[in-house]
Design a protein around this ligand. Structure first.
Ligand code: NAD
Ligand code: UDX
Length: 491
């Protein structure tokens, strides 16, 4: 079987970076180079101030990238020399972005494959030897056929390109433990001798640290679809629970108790059942819309509607949460000040793509509120950029917006606190604080701090409201301090 000695990963983002780092750290004999056209990103990967925050990532990167004078030589590299790195590698991981299309047919629904297409055109152009090409990006069904077609038209005659599907299942904030101990590794290939041989070559790379029982080799198109299906089912659980949370608020039930009771059934399980202000992140929305678009293009309209309803409930949940804020604050936010705790789409990441915070903040700005945002990790420029396409720009609401350096600064003079990210810092419960290793940013020390809610109470206007979009606070304890608490799915 083919033994891989050089891997080139195209795309140095949230998937390409951590995945390549783990592959390199577990395969000291394989040279792994991550390439990207984004020079800034590549340069940052070469420093200790990595372009993405992920607990434990720096340790893994440093071990493989910087080596160790006695034990190992460096085998993880970052480069903008895309052509050379493609030409040298036997196996190429495609980890480029596949966002929702913004122009033309399928805009707002279908996946944009142009980044993938251009990466593959480049492979066709520069390859001098056979390659195994791996779809690590999440792609629509039969994207492999598109890639094969592009290669057939652009590559030198006589070369062979085997396309594999190897979707990534890591979740941000836990990428390193997810990669080190995956539930499964999915490898989809054609059932031809060459397809199966390529699948075995990739399986051997993962075999360096993953139990063979967890490495599943299946049909190429099953693998492509399984990734979209997995994300749709995960998001479906959250939308189901969020839909129930609306009922809880009316019937006097508690969604955390309902989720707990449901999750004890082993057939259901307890994870991904936490009610929230709504799911965010770069994957769920786009992948469900892509799945629905594929169904629609197959004339399966009922199927498309079914999947789309998951996204609809998520939009409903974000709006419902805002309506509750307005109602509790006596139906007017005009001239009121709201402290927003958290902007990232979940804790332990600096990623803000599709964060529910964008919708909620946009809504309350439209109502005339002054908004003071604090997030332990996300920079002011990134927050402003995310909000730029919403009310902030359209209504010149910039003067209503302040980005703060601390939670205390944010809640000074505020009428209400809106918790949008479940950072440990904001909870008044006594959970053990996990020390995130290996990341030198000052934000780490900040994230380990616990908020002094007594001090928060001294800084706010009366009456003091807390709208907990993550159900992370101990409401009874805060009520003793004089706060009025509104949680998701609790009357
Ligand atoms: P990202 O935007 O963080 O990174 C993609 C990188 O690819 C960017 O740095 C971009 O500059 C680079 N790129 C694009 N076209 C290129 C080209 N032709 N040549 C060289 N570089 C190019 O995206 P991401 O979050 O890492 O996601 C990548 C893929 O993985 C997507 O398909 C996504 O759906 C999937 N995925 C993401 C996650 C996640 O948690 N973010 C999890 C599983 C799967
Ligand atoms: C998701 C999938 O989990 C992962 O397998 C896939 O590879 C990429 O997409 P990610 O988006 O990084 O990962 O994070 P995830 O933990 O799934 O959370 C997504 C969103 O749902 C976040 O906004 C999170 O706060 C929210 N969420 C998650 C809930 O509201 N309730 C839950 O119970 C779990």
């Amino acid at each position: 079987p083919t033994r891989i000695k050089k891997i080139c990963c195209i795309g140095a983002g949230y998937v390409g970076g951590p995945t390549s780092a783990v592959i390199a750290s577990k395969n000291p004999n394989i040279q792994v180079t991550v390439v990207d056209y984004n020079i800034e990103r590549i340069e940052a990967w070469k420093t200790d101030d990595l372009p993405i925050y992920e607990p434990g990532l720096l340790d893994v990167v440093q071990a493989a990238r910087d080596g160790d004078s006695t034990k190992r030589t460096p085998n993880l590299f970052f480069s903008t020399d895309v052509d050379r790195c493609i030409a040298e590698a036997e196996l190429i991981l495609l980890s480029v972005n596949t966002p929702t299309k913004s122009l033309g047919r399928g805009a707002g629904h279908a996946s944009e494959l142009s980044y993938l297409e251009s990466a593959v055109r480049k492979i066709g152009e520069v390859a001098e030897t056979n390659k195994i090409i791996v779809e690590k990006s999440t792609v629509p069904c039969r994207a492999a056929d598109t890639l094969r077609d592009v290669l057939a038209a652009t590559a030198k005659p006589g070369l062979h390109f085997e396309i594999l599907s190897n979707p990534e299942f890591l979740a941000e904030g836990t990428a390193i433990p997810n990669l080190l101990n995956p539930d499964r590794i999915l490898i989809g290939s054609l059932k031809t001798p060459r397809g199966l041989e390529a699948a075995q070559a990739l399986a051997a790379v993962y075999g360096a640290w993953v139990d063979p029982d967890r490495i599943i080799t299946i049909n190429l198109y099953s693998s492509e679809l399984a990734k979209l299906a997995a994300n749709a089912l995960l998001a479906q659980r959250i939308s189901s629970v969020n839909a129930l949370s609306a009922m809880c608020e009316s019937v006097g039930a508690d969604i955390d108790e309902v989720s707990y009771a449901i999750g004890l059934d082993k057939r259901i399980g307890s994870r991904m059942l936490k009610a929230s202000v709504g799911f965010g992140g770069s994957c769920f929305r786009k992948d469900i819309l892509s799945l629905a678009y594929i169904a629609e293009s197959l004339h399966l309209f009922e199927v498309a509607d079914y999947w789309r309803s998951i996204v609809d409930i998520n939009e409903y949940q974000k709006d419902r949460f805002t309506r509750r804020i307005v109602r509790c604050l006596y139906n007017s936010l005009s001239g009121k000040t709201l402290a927003v705790f958290g902007f990232a789409y979940k804790k332990n990441t600096g990623d803000t793509r599709e964060t529910a915070a964008i919708t909620v903040i946009d809504n309350v700005l439209t109502e005339g509120a002054n908004v003071r945002i604090y997030d332990p990790l996300v920079k002011e420029s990134q927050i402003r950029q995310e909000l730029n396409s919403t009310t902030v720009r359209l209504n010149c609401a910039e003067k209503q917006l302040t980005v703060c350096e601390s939670a205390y600064e944010a809640c000074t003079g505020a009428d209400a606190i809106i918790i949008l990210t479940e950072w440990d810092e904001f909870s008044n419960r006594d959970e053990p604080m996990r020390r995130d290793s290996g990341h030198g940013r000052k934000t780490d020390e900040r994230a380990e701090r616990k908020l002094d809610w007594t001090r928060v109470a001294e800084l706010m206007r009366r009456p003091m409201f807390v709208f907990d979009g993550r159900n992370i606070v101990d409401a009874a304890a805060l009520e003793e301090l004089g706060f009025r608490i509104e949680c998701i799915g609790k009357a």
